[in-house]
Design a protein around this ligand. Structure first.
Ligand code: THU
Length: 137
C-alpha cells in the first residue's frame, strides 16, 4: 500500500506541463478514498490548473464530504532547491481552506508536514460555514 505522498508523486507523472516543464502531483485522503491530480497547462497560460485543485475537485465531484489531508509533490524540483519552489500556490491554499480544516496536515515533498493554518493563516471566508456534505440550499 503506497503512502499518500507516493500517490502524489505517481500522479505527477500524468502532468501535462509542456510550457513550464514542471510536473506537479497531489493526492487527497477523503471519506471516499484517495483522489489524485496533476497540473494541466494550457497555451492560454491563465487557464492552467494546479495539481492540488484537480485532486480536490475530483474528490468533491465524486462525492467526498471530508478531506482529511493532502500531499503534494513537485517531482522535478531540483535537488537542494529552496522550499519555496515546492510549496502550494496561494490560489490552491485558498481552495484548500474551503475544504480542509485549519489543522489538516499538508505534506510537501522535500519540505515536510505543515498544517493548513500555517500555510494560510487568514483565508478569505464569506462567513457561511462549509456546505460540504450537506444539501445545498
Ligand atoms: N503548480 C501546481 O500544480 N501547483 C502549485 O501549487 C504551484 C504550481 C503548477 C502550475 C504550472 O503548471 C506549474 O506548476 C508551474 O507553475
Amino acid at each position: 500500500m503506497s503512502t499518500l505522498l507516493e500517490q502524489a508523486r505517481d500522479a505527477a507523472k500524468q502532468a501535462y506541463a509542456p510550457y513550464s516543464h514542471f510536473p506537479v502531483g497531489a493526492a487527497v485522503e477523503t471519506d471516499c478514498g484517495v483522489f489524485t491530480g496533476c497540473n494541466i497547462e494550457n497555451a492560454s497560460y491563465g487557464l492552467t490548473i494546479c495539481a492540488e485543485r484537480v485532486a480536490l475537485w475530483k474528490a468533491i465531484s465524486e462525492g467526498a464530504t471530508r478531506i482529511e489531508r493532502l500531499a503534494l509533490s513537485c517531482i522535478q524540483a531540483p535537488e537542494g532547491a529552496p522550499a519555496e519552489s515546492r510549496m502550494p500556490c496561494g490560489a490552491c491554499r485558498q481552495v484548500m481552506a474551503e475544504f480542509l480544516a485549519p489543522e489538516a496536515q499538508i505534506e510537501i515533498d522535500g519540505v515536510g508536514v505543515i498544517t493548513l493554518a500555517e500555510l494560510l493563516p487568514q483565508p478569505f471566508q464569506l462567513g457561511t460555514p462549509s456546505c460540504l456534505g450537506k444539501t445545498q440550499p
